[in-house]
Design a protein around this ligand. Sequence first.
Ligand SMILES: [Zn+2]
Length: 149
Amino acid sequence: MDYPAIFSATLGLHHPWHIVSVTFGRDERRMDIRLDVFLGNLFTCPCCGKPTPPCGFEEETWFHEDFFGYATYLNARVPQLQCSAGILSADRPWSRTGSRFSRLLPTGAVVTALAAGELEPGAEAGVPHSTSESRVSQPVPALALSRNC
Ligand SMILES: [Zn+2]
């Protein structure tokens, strides 16, 4: 079975997004999917809609508690785009409306976002923590982060 093709279609990936690797932990019912983008491409700015080259990348981790029967972690290098409103992340196909993936933020980022009023207190409740991650993470709904564009 061609797992990357099935997962790619389910996640809504399109060029230049692609799956680098998929690993299964069958005993712990865990799956880790590594995503990346091919370099040299433009991305549509989520603010103004202009095709924009990345000015950098940010590592992100997203979680789904039951993706094909597995607790699934998506690890992705997400392009950052410079716009008049600031630096914005390119749209992620797996975070579209209705997606059940939630972004995991480092604990420090959640504290900073709460202090800045960008997150609702308690927005991170309800999703289990990973005990095998190298860092402590807090889940945050994908649309809880505010944009000023
Ligand atoms: Zn823009």
